[in-house]
Write a protein that binds this ligand. Structure first.
Ligand code: GTA
Length: 195
């Protein structure tokens, strides 16, 4: 029990309203899962860039890029999964692309969870690697944006889509700050302006 209380301090305040269980089950899933969520990504960051950066923490099973449910284009997040990738979506063992700026600081810096655009889910083979990515990669600058890495309860079909009314991420629809990535995709404070 003491170690569970200690571990809970590693968890972010994010609660997935669609998790099919109790708060206790949600926290248990977060504390044992090998899946992580990445938020505040640029809409232009590719799966290969995510692979290149996050494989530094350990061997990755799969990456799921978060997509706008209407346009089917990246909208700022991604996830990583347990299944073996199909040939069509296989992640190369060695990335071949030349990646744009992905600055990895010697020590991670804190990132405000308030601003979040593009996202991804990553699944590692081991819990230790997932913990290292949350500890050391969160705050890294990727494509000029400080990304946020969070433990995730696990991927299920449907979670790759943004849940906002516009198709993108919910929080982008409430933004009142200027963000060129979001603005270019038409997501800048849309609902705030309408309401
Ligand atoms: N592990 O931090 C996260 C995380 N986030 C932010 C999203 N996901 C996350 N997973 C982890 N950690 O699968 C996952 C979701 C989903 C996918 C896309 O990414 O589990 P989403 O971002 O489009 O929708 O999800 P989500 O997560 O359901 O929205 P959020 O941010 O919790 O918002 C919840 C409610 O709060 C909304 O209904 C809205 O009414 C309100 N809200 C959110 N932001 C604001 C704001 N700035 N102002 C006012 N109200 C707001």
């Amino acid at each position: 029990m003491a170690s569970l209380i200690k571990d809970q301090s590693k968890l972010s305040p994010y609660r997935d309203r669609r998790f099919p269980g109790t708060q206790e089950e949600f926290e248990h899933a977060l504390l044992t899962s090998t899946t992580i969520y990445i938020g505040n990504m640029s809409f232009y960051t590719t799966e290969e860039q995510v692979y290149e950066l996050f494989s530094r923490a350990g061997e990755i099973k799969k990456i799921i890029m978060g997509l706008d449910k209407n346009t089917k284009t990246p909208c700022g997040f991604c996830f990583v999964l347990p299944s073996v990738p199909s040939p069509a979506t296989a992640i190369p063992a060695t990335p071949t692309a030349v990646f744009p700026v992905a600055t990895v600081p010697a020590t991670a810096t804190a990132v405000s969870p308030a601003v979040e655009s593009n996202y991804a889910l990553i699944r590692y083979y081991s819990r230790e690697d997932a913990e290292d990515s949350v500890k050391y990669i969160s705050g890294t600058i990727l494509d000029d944006r400080p990304i946020r890495v969070d433990f995730d309860w696990g991927f299920q079909e449907g979670r790759q889509w943004g849940r906002g009314r516009s198709g993108g991420q919910v929080r982008d629809e409430y933004r009142t700050d200027y963000d060129p990535d979001i603005l270019l995709k038409g997501g800048y404070g849309k609902l705030v302006q309408r309401e």
